[in-house]
Design a binder for this molecule. Structure first.
Ligand SMILES: Nc1ncnc2c1ncn2[C@@H]1O[C@H](COP(=O)(O)OP(=O)(O)OP(=O)(O)O)[C@@H](O)[C@H]1O
Ligand SMILES: [Mg+2]
Length: 354
């Protein structure tokens, strides 16, 4: 059903009033001329209303579902794929500008053979999932062997480019890191519990957390295992995968575990697996457990940021959230909505860290 805007109601009412007035006047004075003009007015107004309704419907369509693009259109949008933003396990990502002026990131899904029928349908399903903390899928291309996904452009790139820097002047402060953690939790809680599809991400890592120009964090690449037809067999990234996943089917608690690793990385300013560290410190999770036993987790707070050091007490509190998510027994890990409540201060942490 097409929904009518107030403008359409106004036009329709005007039309009816004009019509009735003209007919009455036509009967009273020069009948034929006025009845004729009444019909002309009716036709013109009906045309206008139809155009408004059609435009409204197109806007609704453009607002909710990803737009299909041809390869040629994407070629124009990216100026012949001139600016590469990065490359991941599925292909490369290029910067582009839509005719409307909006900036986008165009992801080429490489090496998956001819496009199958379900691809466009799956894109519509995934594209209909909208939340402030999820990167929006705005378009796609499905032509012969070409699969592309068009996402909203995120000006500050991916989280890994910000948290693993060793320079003091570019290190993110505590408030921004805290907001980022809450944003990721909200995005995941929506995916797991609130959207109709109940999606498990399966590849939560800093590269899949993107930051907009205000450092709001949004989860990217959700639903990708479905789009590439590998949701049964998809494996995540080493260092972020929950232990149970290797021997059984992944549940949303696998994402909770990966989230825990990302939180630790954000708080400590280093990778979970870091070859540049002393051998016994290479695995952040192992080091974290050791420091927990020693009651010295405060030693792990990112030393590249004075602001993180001055907020060490709050940072250690957030480490408790990470510890809660990183429990080996996945049934003991919290749901993402419980994590959101905890981070917002409306619940208490169960696991204790020293
Ligand atoms: N919407 C976007 N806006 C801005 N930059 C983006 C966007 N999407 C991706 N990028 C950049 O492109 C890089 C590559 O992304 P891509 O998703 O292909 O690989 P990845 O995230 O490193 O690994 P994976 O293939 O496992 O997701 C990202 O790390 C990010 O820096
Ligand atoms: Mg990615």
């Amino acid at each position: 059903m097409m929904e009518m805007s107030p403008r359409c109601y106004f036009l329709l009412t005007t039309l009816v009033i004009l019509l009735i007035t003209s007919i009455i006047l036509g009967i009273l004075v020069e009948r034929h001329l006025l009845i004729m003009s009444a019909f002309i007015v009716v036709v013109i107004c009906a045309g206008l209303i139809f155009r408004l309704l059609k435009k409204g419907l197109q806007q609704v369509k453009a607002g909710c579902l990803p737009t299909p693009f041809s390869y040629q259109e994407l070629n124009n949008i990216t100026k012949d794929f001139a600016t590469k933003l990065g490359e991941g396990g599925f292909g490369s990502v290029f910067r582009g500008t839509l005719p409307s002026g909006s900036e986008v990131a165009v992801k080429h899904l490489d090496g998956f053979g001819p496009v199958n029928e379900s691809f466009a349908a799956d894109v519509q399903t995934i594209g209909s999932i909208r939340h402030f903390n999820l990167v929006r899928l705005v378009g796609f291309c499905a032509e012969k062997f070409n699969r592309f996904l068009v996402y909203e452009f995120m000006a500050h790139g991916s989280l890994d480019q910000w948290i693993f820097k060793e320079k003091q002047d570019v290190a993110l402060g505590w408030q921004i890191r805290k907001n980022i953690i809450l944003d990721i939790a909200k995005g995941l809680a929506y995916l797991h519990e609130d959207c109709n599809q109940n999606i498990i991400h399966l590849d939560i890592k800093p590269e899949n957390i993107l930051l907009d120009d205000n450092f709001n964090a949004k989860v990217s690449d959700f639903g990708l295992p479905i789009l590439i037809g590998k949701h049964q067999t998809m494996r995540g990234t080493p260092g972020y995968m929950a232990p149970e996943w290797l021997i059984s089917v992944a549940t949303e608690k696998a994402d909770v575990y990966s989230f825990g690793i990302v939180v630790l990385e954000i708080l400590c300013g280093r990778r979970n697996v870091d070859g540049s560290q002393r051998e016994e410190d290479r695995h952040l999770l192992g080091l974290f457990k050791r420091k927990q036993e020693e009651g010295r987790v405060v030693d792990l707070v990112d030393k590249c940021s004075d602001d993180m050091q001055s907020n060490a007490v709050s940072v250690v509190e957030t480490m408790k959230v990470a510890a809660w998510c990183l429990q080996t027994e996945y049934v003991k890990r919290p749901s993402m909505s419980a994590v959101v409540k905890l981070l917002e201060g409306s619940a208490d942490v169960v696991v204790d860290v020293k």
